[in-house]
Design a protein around this ligand. Structure first.
Ligand SMILES: Cc1ncc(COP(=O)(O)O)c(C=O)c1O
Length: 448
């Protein structure tokens, strides 16, 4: 892997800087001479000058198979078989899932899975507020209410202890989100679901190959959903998949995503049941299948670099790496940590991010409190939702958003790095650490 990465080289956003190259090798812990240098935001030279791996990445070696699909004229997967079926088989095998169904996106995978497990108009679905907006939207599109469990500030994922109090007689499913590729604590979530007879659909759209107690995310609930959108670890522009262990559910998913055509064990009451067209094309599948080995190798590389960052960052006061469930492995779609301004002379998070960016370390704040962005009010105020839910339920729902104290804290204090940075060299990881140390050393000046 290391050789492969070195050989192909990364497209750098700037010429390789002498500072970065001169360091080479490994330095002793917290002994970066340059941490005392003037921060870039105050006119100093940036810690990291040589850019970062670009994403997504194209390989010429993939072209013959894709061109073959294009020349064949057989682009749609409606007839079955071909590249889509090959990808489904390979992806299921990689995850240890019995079945995989390719879809047109992660959003359509979630929609299909939720429809099939029976989320219907007027239902409620418990999910995480700290997620990409598609998780909310999917539930709303099914005319169901996304009820948010709180976020555990230590893990950034759904706090299992906050689920049960939110279950009502309308609750149909729990949708844990393995955000940033970090597995949720699935044992307690599955236990609550079992106790209350609820389905579990994993939003694993950012968690390809993430591991929880020896099993892959996407195989831990009733169904798992993945995204292969452009920014993802295995991108095809757009694309998605549903994984699972149960033929009855996967056959229903297949029927629904293929205009409702009967499939396998699911024959419906006539040839057509309710459905839509959420199919993947063969050229998308040809791109995806050829990236699987790369995904495996790059996942290991990201994990190695993330482990290094975590070990060093936890020694910096005011920087708190994320806690993962026991015996689990994250795949780091984003590498996130929590930031405490009190340890940086009150330097606000946004200014900390600005200072790191000036040092050549691209980063951001992650998700904000999106439930105040208007989409929930829009839904609650709609004719359909007013017909489906009693007014007092909608009011209580609206009021309950302010109870998401853990999530608010997470939204205000998280800092995240994009996954492709974790494909860089160990010395580049050391630049991240050094930049944070430099900002801390000068935090008084930066804050004033
Ligand atoms: C957590 C999560 N859920 C759902 C989706 C939706 O996937 P897609 O963009 O492929 O529709 C995404 C994509 O970014 C995601 O990150």
């Amino acid at each position: 892997m290391g050789d492969d990465l070195t050989r192909r080289g990364f497209i750098r956003t700037a010429a390789a800087g002498s500072a970065g190259l001169a360091w080479g090798g490994h330095r002793p812990r917290n002994a970066f001479a340059a941490t005392t240098d003037k921060p870039a935001l105050l006119g100093g030279a940036p810690v990291h000058k040589s850019g970062w791996p670009q994403w997504p990445e194209w390989r010429e070696a993939w072209e013959p198979e894709i061109v073959e699909v294009l020349r064949s004229g057989r682009w749609s997967s409606s007839g079955g078989g071909g590249q889509v079926a090959d990808f489904e088989t390979a992806y299921a095998r990689l995850l240890g899932a019995d079945r995989c169904l390719a879809t047109s996106s992660g959003t359509t995978a979630l929609t299909t899975a939720m429809h099939v497990i029976g989320v219907d108009a007027g239902d409620e679905v418990i999910t995480s507020p700290f997620t990409f907006i598609a998780t909310y939207n999917t539930i709303l599109m099914l005319k169901a209410l996304p009820v948010f469990a709180d976020t555990d500030p230590a893990t950034l994922t759904m706090d299992p202890a906050s689920i049960e109090s939110r279950i009502t007689e309308r609750t149909r499913a729990i949708v844990p989100v393995h955000i940033y590729g970090m597995p949720c604590d699935m044992d307690p979530i599955n236990a609550i679901a079992k106790k209350h007879n609820l389905a579990v659909i994993e939003d694993a759209c950012q968690a390809w190959l993430a591991d929880y107690k020896g099993r892959k995310c996407g195989t831990l609930g009733d169904l798992g959903c993945f995204s292969f959108q452009n920014s993802k670890h295995i991108p095809a522009g757009e694309g998605g998949a549903i994984t699972g262990m149960r033929d009855d559910l996967l056959d229903r998913c297949h029927a629904f995503h293929n205009c409702g055509r009967a499939h396998g064990t699911f024959q419906g009451n006539g040839y057509f049941s309710r459905g839509t067209n959420f199919r993947m094309t063969h050229y998308q599948a040809a791109m995806l299948r050829q990236q699987l080995d790369k995904l495996v190798a790059e996942t290991a590389r990201r994990q190695e670099n993330a482990d290094h960052l975590t070990a060093r960052l936890q020694a910096i006061p005011g920087i708190q790496p994320v806690r993962l469930p026991d015996r689990s492995r994250a795949v780091w779609h984003l590498y996130a940590f929590r930031y405490d301004p009190a340890q940086f002379h009150g330097l606000p998070r946004d200014k900390f991010i600005k200072a790191l960016r000036a040092e050549g370390i691209p980063c951001g704040g992650g998700y904000h409190e999106q439930y105040y962005d208007g989409l929930l009010d829009d839904a609650i105020d709609s004719r359909g939702f007013k017909r489906l839910f009693p007014a007092e339920r909608l009011k209580a729902y609206r009021d309950s958003l302010k109870d998401l104290k853990g999530n608010k804290q997470v939204c205000e204090t998280t800092v995240a790095l994009f996954h492709s940075m974790l494909l860089a060299d160990r010395a580049d990881m050391d630049h991240v650490i050094e930049a944070i140390q430099r900002v801390q050393t000068h935090s008084h000046a930066l804050a004033s």
